[in-house]
Design a binder for this molecule. Sequence first.
Ligand code: COA
Length: 208
Amino acid sequence: MKELVLVGAGGHAKVCIELLRAMGKHVAFCVGAKGSPQQCLGIPVLEGDEHITRLRSQGYTRIFIAIGCNQIRNRLADLAMKQGYVLENAISPRAVVSPSAKIGHGVAVMAGAVINADATVGDLSIVNTGASIDHDCIIGRAVHISPQTALAGNVQVGDSAFLGIGTTVVPEIVIGHNAVIGAGSVVLSHILAGATAFGVPAKHIENK
Ligand SMILES: CC(C)(COP(=O)(O)OP(=O)(O)OC[C@H]1O[C@@H](n2cnc3c(N)ncnc32)[C@H](O)[C@@H]1OP(=O)(O)O)[C@@H](O)C(=O)NCCC(=O)NCCS
């Protein structure tokens, strides 16, 4: 079936639905948590993850996971892929993506984002509104690069890391998997896996 299932029914889902519409893709159903609103931008919302399985048995094969939380997005994508769904991308026609960039599956790239030459963006990652990822950056799986974040060239970001809104990262930095970088930070040195860091310059919280 050509129509998509979209998992999520919150603010991030709204943005992704509009991206998918701008790409000419049609979302048939949203799957939200119990207690979600009945509709999301006019699309009916089914409550509970069990609908992912039910819709697959009805012939839906294409899915987009529109959940901002990296860990939940990763978990639900694993569930969907085990059932044979294919992960769609939602890439704004108003994003600039280099022809030499490598973009995975299930990726969201919002309006105004720029992904430059030879950058890699892993499966399930989000490159949010106006973020820029410069040449040769390597972004892992299920990463969230928040709005207006700027990564200089050759930055590496590990799986499931979260970079808060307006983060700036200088060239060659390595940010470990599951790291959290606070809003407005300027990252001048490597960030350990699992660490939370913020500030100008960004410091690991225990070093604050
Ligand atoms: C870094 C962050 C994850 C920490 O969250 P938290 O653990 O709940 O921390 P708290 O809000 O309890 O703040 C703890 C202290 O750190 C300070 N702090 C928190 N985030 C900060 C930041 N980004 N820059 C500078 N100081 C910060 C707080 O002012 C507070 O200071 P205090 O103890 O002197 O009062 C969070 O503040 C943040 O920046 N999140 C980014 C959210 C975002 O960008 N979302 C975009 C989604 S698209």
